[in-house]
Every structure is written in C-alpha cells, then in structure tokens.
Design a protein around this ligand. Structure first.
Ligand SMILES: NC(=O)c1ccc[n+]([C@@H]2O[C@H](COP(=O)([O-])OP(=O)(O)OC[C@H]3O[C@@H](n4cnc5c(N)ncnc54)[C@H](OP(=O)(O)O)[C@@H]3O)[C@@H](O)[C@H]2O)c1
Length: 88
C-alpha cells in the first residue's frame, strides 16, 4: 500500500495554525483564502490596519465558509509589535 502523504492529506491529518502576513494585500489575501478553502488549518491574518483586517476576514469567510479564520494586529516594521504578538 502506498503510504506517502500528499500535501492535501498531510494538511487534513495535521491541522495547524497558518499565520499569513500581508493578508490585506494581493498575494497574502489570495494565500490566506486558499489555505482557508483547502485545509483544516486555523488561519490567522496578520494585519496592521483593523478596518482592512475586518474587510479581508469577512471576504475570506464569505468565500470559503471557513469559520476558523481570524485576524491579529501587528506592525511588522516594529519589533515591539512583533514581540507583543508572539507573547499572545
Ligand atoms: N504582486 C506581485 O505581482 C508581486 C510580484 C513580485 C513581488 N511582490 C512582492 O510581494 C509582496 C506582496 O505583494 P502584494 O502585491 O501582495 O502587495 P500589496 O497588495 O501592496 O500588499 C502588501 C501587504 O503588506 C502589508 N504590510 C506592509 N507593511 C506592513 C507592516 N509594516 N506591517 C504589517 N503589514 C504590512 C500591507 O498591509 P496594509 O494593507 O495595511 O498596507 C499589505 O497587506 C511585496 O513585497 C511585493 O513587492 C509582488
């Protein structure tokens, strides 16, 4: 029997937390939507603007129906902001 896991089956069997930077932007939002649509992972959108984060979250949840998507605010240009996120 072939026991090799594909990316899809590995995702299903090992749900994790996917942190997506730039999730209000073109590439990050597309990546977050794809993970939310195709895996069991919890998806956390890392954003610096709350209004944009709310809009991205609503769009991804509406398109994927995945309730395990949320956002966290962080400014990746500020070490203190990253440290605060990591401490959560
Ligand atoms: N699109 C392409 O075809 C392409 C091709 C090659 C390389 N790239 C590179 O790939 C990266 C992403 O491209 P993109 O098209 O998705 O860009 P984008 O639409 O401009 O999105 C950039 C994302 O980064 C976030 N961001 C910027 N500074 C941040 C900070 N200090 N802390 C937290 N988040 C921050 C922005 O948040 P806000 O919404 O709050 O501004 C936004 O979500 C860029 O570096 C771009 O140069 C893009």
């Amino acid at each position: 029997m072939d026991t090799e896991l594909t990316d899809e089956t590995r995702h299903r069997e090992s749900p994790r937390v996917a942190l997506v930077t730039g999730a209000t932007g073109a590439i990050g939002k597309a990546i977050a939507r794809r993970i939310a649509a195709r895996s069991e992972h919890e998806v956390v959108l890392l954003c610096r603007d709350a209004a944009k984060a709310e809009a991205a979250l609503a769009d991804i949840q509406r398109r994927t129906g995945n309730p395990r998507v949320r956002y966290a605010l962080v400014d990746l240009a500020r070490q203190a902001s990253i440290a605060a996120l990591a401490a959560c």
